[in-house]
Structure formats: C-alpha cells, structure tokens
Design a protein around this ligand. Sequence first.
Ligand code: PEP
Ligand code: MG
Length: 306
Amino acid sequence: AEALLQSLRGQENVTKDGRHIDVFANVGSVADVGLALQSDAGGVGLFRSEFLYLENSDYPTEGEQFAAYKAAGEILAGRRVIIRTLDIGADKQIGYFQLPKEENPALGYRAIRLCLDREEMFKTQLRAILCASAFGNLAIMVPMVISVEEVRRVKTLLDGLKAELREQGVKFDEGIPLGIMIETPAAALIADELAQEVDFFSIGTNDLTQYTLAIDRQNAQLESLYDPHHKAILRLICRVVESAHQAGIWVGVCGELGADLSLTETFLALGVDELSVSPGRVLAVRRQVRACDLSRREEILAAIGR
Ligand code: PEP
Ligand code: MG
C-alpha cells in the first residue's frame, strides 16, 4: 500500500484518454479526516456529522460543532470538505432525541425531515458550519431530500443566518456551496428541478438502492436482493448526471458503490465528476481511474439501456 501511495502521490486522477475525475473520501470523525489526507484524497466528499451527536449524551453545542468543522477544514488545508447536515433517525437512533417509535423507520422520521421540524437544532448546526467556513474550504450537503420545497426551506434558513452573522460582524465564506444528496427515487426523478436550486449533487447509492428496490438495507434476509448494480439504479444515476450537467452543476457518487472498481469505468462514461469513498479505498479507486479508457463509452452506456 505504501508503494502504491508513493507511486500515485501527486498524480492526477485521469483516464488513459484524458478524462479527469475527483476522488474524495467519506469520513465519520475528525480523526478520519487525517486518514483522508494520508491517502492523498482530493478532499472530503462526505463528512458524516452524526458522530457529533452519537458521541454525546446531549445535543452538541454550536461551539463543539464549530470546533470539529473548523478542525476538518484546517486539516484539509484548502481541499474541499463537504459537511453533511445531520442524518439521524432510521437505523441511527439517539436516546436524547426522544424519537417516536415507528413501524417503518427507514421510511420515517429522519434526516432533513427531522431537521426542518426541529428548526432551532438545525440552525445551531448550520450556524456552526457557516462560522467554520471562514477557516477552510467547506460546503454544506443536505441528506434525504425529496422535494424542491425542502431545499428552499434550507436556503431560507441559511439566508437568515448569514444576514445575522453579517450584522454581528462574524466572518464566514459568502460563497459556501450548498448541495444535496440524491438518495431517494423522488430526488433522482426531479433532479432537473433540484439542479436549479443547488451548487452540486452527491448520489447516495446506499439509500438510493434501498428505496428504489424497496429493500431495507438493514435486512440480512434480503441481502442477496440488495443489488446496487440493478439497471434501475444505473439508469437513475445516468439521468441525475444529465440533469446536473444541463444545469451546469457537478455531480458525485458518495455511496458504497463509488468504491466498486467494476463500475469505475461506467461512472466515468456516465460523466460523474467525483467519487467519494472510504479512506481505505481511495488509492484503489485512483489506480482504477488511471487504468480506464473511455473509448468504449457507447458500449458501456448501451449495456445499461441508454
Ligand atoms: C448513502 O445513502 O449512500 C449514503 C452515502 O449515506 P448513508 O450511508 O450515511 O445513509
Ligand atoms: Mg444515505
């Protein structure tokens, strides 16, 4: 691994025929951010902020969150860090949230639904990210979106918080990008409209597979049916990329599928701009990109029915 790292360090992630793609890392703690850097990832494509809430016995304060986001930005020293806003609920339960018991948690009260419902808690997180954006190359990403309305509500909250910070003379990045995860079939199918509202997309194939195939990703009995290679998923990804590019925004893949080397060439052929994978997979994906040749592009697209 060390030899591989050395041979790839500083090398561009480019295919044999010259197409570039960003390879970023998914992290779930500040310590992981160091790992991302060690593996020479171009940035952090998914910073799962849940750990801040899971580690605590009460809601993390704005100051605690600020410190973590600032540290991530500083460690990455100018490389992009995409902070995903709280994605709690479903399989991730926290006692002090006192969430109601649900028949179908995966189809229930989670992520952006919960955040828009608990506005003060959500604003605390957004303010912490905005304040930390003065110290690094941060971006905000919202999980589990199903509608334009949700995105507009997030933007209204952000606009209000930015106005307050300006008034108080607190520095933040005025141009901080806002993106969303595309991980529900609804979001994938209205990606053209969503693309008008945000700066980037990141496709969450773990949930997109779960919701498209109607298969609980936690259900061991259905594991053999949980197939992210299903044509339905690949066709959705293809549509999302087209919608993003038509609107002039970039699109990445941050679900586990992004690290699937048998699909690297397909993602490149579809036009995906970024792959964000666990730190331990960064080098393998970077090496695979350099082995790809997109002269077979038409064939690859035909295979998924495009
Ligand atoms: C996904 O759903 O693909 C994703 C990256 O988010 P998580 O696995 O945290 O739900
Ligand atoms: Mg998800």
